[in-house]
Design a protein around this ligand. Structure first.
Ligand SMILES: O=c1ccn([C@@H]2O[C@H](COP(=O)(O)O)[C@@H](O)[C@H]2O)c(=O)[nH]1
Length: 260
């Protein structure tokens, strides 16, 4: 049964893996806490409406390394509450200085809309600022992290953003897909996105030999390899039709859409 927090919903994926979700916000974003024998990895830290470190501290006493899938405000919200933060080398400057040309008014508008449950009393939209800071370390494609009898592989999957990462646990067959693959509208229409890279990244992860489960950054959480192959087929069709370019529109495929 899911554990409940006023703002976060905590669900156990398996004995030592938790999803920490924000279902009261339109983004319905998920972070994941992975416990090894020596260390814990927190994949993203949510929107920043509530402090995710309070929940994490209830779940583990292990040292926590924060892994950033990408530097969009809804994935870095509680980064400031943790000491060790890692990011792909191509988004280090966004983590330090923000996304050039993205106004704080637009971010606050997106943070504040379509919230369906009460926000914590100390949250103020007028004072909301996305995290800015220096990472502890940088991640490159092919890097690995051993949490103690639990290995994570980092896969650079640009397209949604330049330094977007998927995280793969080969032993369990888990692929944490962040904003590359989820069941909803997949976004590659911002000026900072790249539709061709997005297609290549989907193809890259679809070649992974063993996947038991996809753990996405948004919306429905329980996705399998069949869904990944559907997205991969859709991307191939779009590329073959020359539609893998900015401005080609919203392409609908059953349970998901791809917005270029
Ligand atoms: O170039 C950009 C990048 C991001 N945004 C805003 O950030 C969020 C991103 O949400 P995701 O769930 O990570 O896709 C979105 O609300 C955009 O407003 C942007 O505007 N431009």
């Amino acid at each position: 049964m899911p554990l409940r927090h006023d703002w976060f919903t905590v669900e156990q994926v398996d004995a030592d893996t938790y999803a920490i979700s924000e279902y009261g916000h339109w983004e319905q974003v998920h972070a994941y806490l992975l416990l090894g024998e020596r260390l814990a990895a927190l994949i993203d830290t949510g929107i920043g409406i509530a402090d995710m470190s309070e929940v994490v501290r209830q779940l583990t006493r292990l040292p926590v390394k924060v892994i950033t899938t990408h530097v969009h405000w809804d994935h870095i919200g509680s980064h400031g509450q943790f000491d060790e933060i890692y990011v792909h080398e191509q988004e280090e400057d966004w983590l330090r200085c923000g996304i050039p040309g993205l106004p704080i008014e637009q971010i606050r508008h997106d943070v504040g809309r379509d919230i369906t449950i009460p926000v914590p009393a100390d949250f103020s939209l007028d004072r909301y600022e996305p995290f800015r800071g220096k990472p502890t370390g940088l991640i490159r494609d092919g890097d690995t992290l051993d949490l103690g009898n639990r290995a994570l592989d980092f896969i650079h999957t640009p397209g949604h953003s330049p330094g977007h990462l998927c995280i793969y646990e080969e032993k369990r067959g888990y692929l944490y897909t962040a904003d590359l693959i989820y069941k909803g509208t997949l976004y590659a229409f911002y000026p900072t996105t790249d539709p061709r890279q997005f297609v290549r990244s989907v193809e890259k992860v679809s070649r992974l030999p063993f996947i038991t489960r996809l753990l996405p950054g948004h919306l429905e959480m329980d996705l399998n390899r069949a869904f990944l192959l559907e997205v991969s087929d859709a991307c191939r069709q779009l590329a073959e039709s020359g539609l893998d370019r900015h401005g080609s529109g919203v392409h609908r495929f059953g349970s998901f859409s791809i917005y270029f």
